[in-house]
Design a protein around this ligand. Structure first.
Ligand SMILES: [Zn+2]
Length: 127
């Protein structure tokens, strides 16, 4: 296949694409090697331009399948935004886990014998 070597503007991956000999291919192939690169690039742009909030960006990000993208080659300017989108999500989900654990402890502190025994043991260990 003819076509000049292009570099995906998101992940930097080099690929061949010729708009004239690949009429069946989508036009975004001029810029990105993969549809997922296009989706992620557009998401980062929206967030960068503050067209969407961080929450919105994270919601959209979690719906994306970026498993095929080599994120280590993303340009630093985009990488920092991507890190922001990814980082907050992790902190958020950890908080949810903490809350869930607290709820379980509260629920089981009622009249459950086995849990009472366990908490007695825990107290002994602390002394
Ligand atoms: Zn790419």
């Amino acid at each position: 296949m003819k076509g000049k070597i292009r570099n995906c503007i998101l992940c930097g991956n080099s690929y061949k694409f010729c708009p004239r000999c690949s009429k069946d291919e989508p036009s975004w192939k001029k810029l990105y090697d993969k549809a997922s690169c296009k989706a992620l690039y557009e998401l980062i742009l929206l967030y960068k331009e503050e067209a969407i909030t961080l929450d919105e960006a994270q919601n959209r990000f979690s719906a994306l399948d970026i498993s095929g993208i080599d994120t280590s080659n993303i340009k630093p300017a985009f990488q920092s935004y991507l890190d922001e989108i990814k980082k907050k999500k992790r902190a958020k989900s950890k908080k949810n886990v903490d809350v869930a654990v607290e709820e379980i402890i509260e629920e089981s502190s009622d009249n459950d014998e086995s849990v009472e025994l366990e908490s007695d043991e825990a107290l002994l260990d602390e002394e």
